[in-house]
Design a protein around this ligand. Structure first.
Ligand code: AP5
Ligand code: MG
Length: 213
C-alpha cells in the first residue's frame, strides 16, 4: 500500500502517518523528520535545509526529490509506505509519479487531513516533537506518560524551531500557495480521499482505516 498524506502544517499528517505505519506494517517516511535529523547531526543537507525551514519556506525541490526516491528504493519500502510531507509541490508530485512509473508502480491513496487555519496555531503551540524518532505529541491533546520524554523511544522532546506563531502563519501561506494545488492533482488522478482532521486523533484514524480497509 502506497500512501501520501496531505494537509496543512499541523493538520495531523505525522500523527496519523505513524498510526498507519504501525497498523499496516509499512514505513513512515517524513521529509520533515529527515531534515530535522540532518539538522541535529549538522550535515551539509541539514545546514542548507535549516535556512529555509526556519523561515517557514519550502526547501528547494532539488534537495528533496532525490532524497525521497533513494529512500523509496530501500528494502523496507518494497511492501509500501506512508509518505508524510512529500510531495508538497506539483513538480515534486510529478517527479514521484515518474520515478514510480519507471518501476511499474503507482500510488494507491492520497489522504487529505482537512483542518481550517483557525485551529492550526493553537495546535502548534502545544506540540512537542521527539528529536530522536520524530514522534509527535501535544501537551493537551496527546500527552506523553513522562513529561518531556518520548513514549516510543525515550528521546528528548522539543518545541520545533518553526512552531513560533509568526513562522506558522508563513507556513500556512506557503501551504495554500504551493501544496494545496496537490488536492486537485490527486483528485484528477482519482486517488484523493478526504478526512475531517478537526475531530480527536482516534476518530481521524478510524476514518482513515475505513478508507484503507
Ligand atoms: P514538516 O515537518 O512536514 O511540517 P509540516 O508540513 O509543516 O507539518 P507538521 O509536521 O508541522 O504538521 P503535521 O501535519 O505532521 O501535524 P502533527 O501530526 O505534528 O516540514 C517542516 C519543514 O520542512 C517545511 O516547512 C519545509 O521547510 C521542509 N520540508 C519538509 N518536506 C518538504 C518537501 N517535501 N519539500 C520542501 N520542503 C520540505 O500534529 C500537530 C499537533 O497537533 C501535534 O501536537 C499533535 O499531537 C496534535 N494533533 C494531531 N492530530 C490532532 C487531532 N485530531 N486533535 C487534536 N490535536 C491533534
Ligand atoms: Mg509532521
Amino acid at each position: 500500500m502506497k500512501i501520501v498524506m496531505l494537509g496543512a502544517p499541523g493538520a495531523g499528517k505525522g500523527t496519523q502517518a505513524k498510526m498507519i505505519s504501525e497498523k499496516y506494517g509499512i514505513p513512515h517516511i517524513s521529509t520533515g523528520d529527515i531534515f530535522r535529523a540532518n539538522i541535529k547531526e549538522n550535515t551539509d543537507l541539514g545546514k542548507k535545509a535549516k535556512e529555509y525551514m526556519d523561515k517557514g519556506l519550502l526547501v528547494p525541490d532539488e534537495l528533496v526529490v532525490d532524497l525521497v526516491v533513494d529512500r523509496l528504493a530501500q528494502d523496507d519500502a518494497k511492501k509500501g509506505y506512508v509518505l508524510d510531507g512529500f510531495p508538497r509541490t506539483i513538480p515534486q508530485a510529478e517527479a514521484l509519479d515518474e520515478a514510480l512509473a519507471k518501476i511499474g508502480e503507482k500510488l494507491d491513496y492520497a489522504i487529505d487531513v482537512d483542518v481550517p487555519d483557525e485551529n492550526i496555531i493553537n495546535r502548534m503551540s502545544g506540540r512537542r516533537a521527539c528529536v530522536s524518532c520524530g514522534g509527535t505529541y501535544h501537551i493537551k491533546y496527546n500527552p506523553t506518560k513522562k513529561e518531556g520524554i518520548c513514549d516510543a523511544c525515550g528521546g528528548e522532546l522539543i518545541l520545533r524551531d518553526d512552531d513560533k506563531p509568526e513562522t506558522v502563519t508563513k507556513r500556512l501561506n506557503v501551504y495554500h500557495e504551493q501544496t494545496q494545488p496537490l488536492i486537485d492533482y490527486y483528485t484528477k488522478a482519482g486517488i484523493l480521499k478526504e478526512v475531517d482532521g478537526t475531530v480527536d486523533l482516534d476518530a481521524v484514524f478510524e476514518a482513515i482505516v475505513k478508507i484503507l480497509g
